[in-house]
Design a protein around this ligand. Structure first.
Ligand SMILES: Cc1cc2nc3c(=O)[nH]c(=O)nc-3n(C[C@H](O)[C@H](O)[C@H](O)COP(=O)(O)OP(=O)(O)OC[C@H]3O[C@@H](n4cnc5c(N)ncnc54)[C@H](O)[C@@H]3O)c2cc1C
Length: 332
């Protein structure tokens, strides 16, 4: 979790919540993944270059925990090996900030880290001038049936959130530190318009979401959804229980038929009948991209018309589809 980069002076760094509070219109943000280990950062820049034209207010960079795999030795025995397929979240945030002069939001997860690793990561981010974090639990490791916290690590996102809030108050793990420096992280958390898959029901999930907001989170970013009605119902349900913070919709394009089964299985979301019907009619991948682009554009227009604070796009896979949506959205 160490980021060693020499940073140029950045003009203006802002917290996500300040971007939102100062905005007159709906903002744009993008989410990217760190490159696979062994690949350079150049491909990520190529991915981002055309998107930067649309002046995103911030760019999120996901976090990927390490996985344990068993490799067979020549003598037939097995060796446990730790692999992190997409390392470098903090460094990538700093590199993006440095190259594009844009705010970045590293995701921070509980899985795979003990509280000391987490504190060191937060200190690194703070030194790099990164004052935003999206605080998450993370999913179960690939070889685990359910999420298991790291020994000495956090079990839920709210526990990690408390650690960040403590650091913002100058409370470090070593309580004997005197006159300790206060960080100033703006904290976002995840919300699920179609419920988190482990939650017994929506109300319980919302109660835990509210606890994260009451604990100090300043905004919510949602899981992707393809039916805006679900987002609006979620926002209403949040408001009813007293969640007043901005709720940023997470959006993703459909570009293959396979996604019709992969997305519900991976993210526990439904795709509307109209969308799946149109995709099923497609003869080529290009046709699917066309349908996906139009769907995303209509979703975006409707959300914008309804005054959402930010349109947050998951850009993995087909950034040019997002570019097409942006161009149509802004009449370019
Ligand atoms: C916008 C967004 C970005 C994401 N980025 C990443 C990423 O970069 N890397 C990654 O690995 N994953 C990422 N994820 C996936 C996320 O880590 C998983 O969805 C994970 O299963 C839950 O994370 P959470 O932060 O919502 O967990 P939590 O808020 O901890 O909730 C997890 C479950 O526990 C329940 N719960 C919460 N608090 C309590 C409590 N005190 N007691 C009992 N139950 C409780 C909740 O209702 C929920 O069912 C992202 C998800 C979203 C929506």
């Amino acid at each position: 979790m160490i980021a060693c980069l020499s940073l140029q002076i950045i003009n203006k760094l802002m917290k996500v919540i300040d971007h939102i509070n100062q905005a007159k219109d709906t903002l744009i943000s993008f989410e990217v993944l760190p490159p696979l280990k062994g690949k350079g950062i150049g491909a990520l820049y190529k991915h981002l270059d055309p998107l930067m034209e649309f002046k995103p207010s911030f760019i999120n960079v996901t976090y990927h925990r390490s996985e344990h795999v068993f490799k067979k030795n020549a003598d037939g025995s097995f060796q446990k090996v730790v692999i992190r397929k997409r390392p470098g979240t903090e460094s990538i945030c700093a590199a993006i900030m440095n190259k594009y002069n844009v705010d970045t939001v590293p995701h921070l997860i509980c899985g795979g880290f003990d509280v000391n690793d987490t504190e060191d990561a937060l200190i690194n981010l703070h030194y790099l001038g990164i004052d935003n974090v999206l605080v998450l639990r993370g999913d179960a490791a690939i070889n685990e049936a359910t999420f298991e916290p790291e020994p000495g690590g956090h079990k839920y996102a709210i526990d990690l959130l408390r650690q960040v809030v403590n650091l913002n108050s100058g409370v470090y793990l070593q309580d004997e530190l005197k006159d300790s420096h206060k960080t100033k992280f703006c904290i976002g958390v995840a919300g699920y318009p179609e419920k988190h898959f482990e939650s017994p029901n929506m109300q319980t999930d919302l109660r835990f979401l509210k606890a994260k907001i009451d604990g100090g989170a300043e905004y919510i970013v949602t899981q992707m959804f393809f039916d805006n009605a679900k987002y609006y119902a979620f926002v209403d349900a949040c408001r009813e229980i007293g969640i007043t913070v901005p709720i940023i919709p997470g959006l993703k394009p459909i570009y293959t038929k396979k996604q019709l089964t992969v997305l519900p299985k991976t993210f526990y979301i439904d795709l509307p009948d109209d969308l799946s019907n149109e995709v099923l009619k497609c003869k080529t991948d290009l046709d699917v991209e066309q349908v996906g682009t139009e769907w995303l554009l209509e979703q975006s227009k409707d959300l914008m018309k309804n005054g959402v604070p930010v349109l947050h796009y998951y850009t993995l896979g087909r950034p040019y589809m997002i570019v097409d949506v942006m161009k149509s959205l802004y009449g370019l």
